[in-house]
Design a protein around this ligand. Structure first.
Ligand code: APR
Ligand code: ZN
Length: 267
């Protein structure tokens, strides 16, 4: 394992524009369950998964009942959202922030709604599936803090007249165009992708590493840091998998990178 984190460190140093792509796995060591791991939320509660799959259509069909559902246990006052808000970053998040400070990664594209990358100090973060502490107009895409919108009348409406929903991207909901463009722009610029704690089965996010492999063939590096192999591993889309915990492996990668940079320093 030590060799693989060292190898990743030297690949990062050799890269011109590396980015990190993260999923729920990087936040499990912060006490937030993932979705499809052995203890995952969907793995252990298929009904909750089925309800989540219906959520966006419910919003389109009847935004008032969507808000009634989201104002209950499934929503902002429920255990899941409370735990997400109370969570603190772990060494995996801090390691990515450190790699950004060292200039070794330029951006984090995350599927996580928890805001832990910023809490750990990451600056350039793309929230591909939205943020837990924001609302968004489904028509014009404007975003709001919860304190900016009155929930007296449901659904809350935007100045443009559009219905407002949680900023979180639900299943079957299109990724907001500003986020999609930003993520694709970063993916097109990069020559190395560090996939951290994601099963890489949810689309369109999972197209990002596939686009890179198609575009850059072997000249780009795709490195997975995950507790288990993913379709990217099985289909040889990634160059290698460093199997284990992000909270242990990413800090080791930072230490290895710092040691290499030290050696490379001119005398
Ligand atoms: N370190 C490394 N890997 C981990 C750790 C850890 N500490 N904990 C869990 N994992 C791995 C799991 O084994 C799994 O392969 O992280 C992966 C998490 O995968 P998912 O649960 O599928 O999460 P994610 O890929 O982020 O899901 C994508 O699906 O449910 C929707 O919108 C939700 O953004 C989410 C999207
Ligand atoms: Zn609007």
């Amino acid at each position: 394992m030590e060799n693989l984190t060292k190898r990743a460190a030297s690949d990062l140093i050799a890269s011109k524009y590396a980015i990190a792509l993260t999923g729920a796995g990087i936040s499990t060591e912060s006490g937030l369950r993932d979705f499809r791991g052995p203890q995952g939320i969907w793995t252990t509660d298929r009904e909750a998964e089925a309800r989540a799959y219906e959520r966006y259509e419910r919003f389109l069909r009847d935004p008032k009942s969507y808000w009634e559902e989201m104002s209950g246990a499934e929503g902002t006052y429920g255990a899941f959202y409370r735990r997400v808000r109370e969570a603190e970053p772990n060494p995996g998040h801090y390691a990515l922030a450190e790699l950004e400070r060292l200039g070794l990664i330029k951006c984090v594209i995350t599927q996580n709604i928890d805001g832990l990358h910023e809490k750990a100090g990451s600056k350039n973060v793309v929230h591909y599936h939205g943020s837990v502490d924001k609302l968004r107009c489904a028509s014009c895409g404007s975003r709001f803090g919860f304190d900016e919108i009155s929930l007296e009348e449901l659904p809350p409406r935007c100045k443009c007249g559009g219905a407002i929903k949680y900023d979180v991207v639900h299943f079957k909901e299109p990724i907001p165009s500003d986020v999609m463009e930003w993520a694709e722009d970063e993916a097109l610029k990069c020559d190395l992708m560090l996939m951290c704690g994601t099963s890489a089965v949810v689309y369109p996010f999972a197209t990002l590493p596939r686009m890179l492999r198609l575009r850059a063939k072997t000249s780009a590096k795709i490195i997975e840091v995950n507790a288990e192999p993913t379709p990217l591993t099985h289909e040889n889309i990634s160059d290698y998998l460093i199997q284990g915990k992000t909270g242990e492996l990413l800090p080791a990668m930072v230490e290895a990178a710092k040691a290499l940079l030290e050696v490379q320093k001119p005398p």
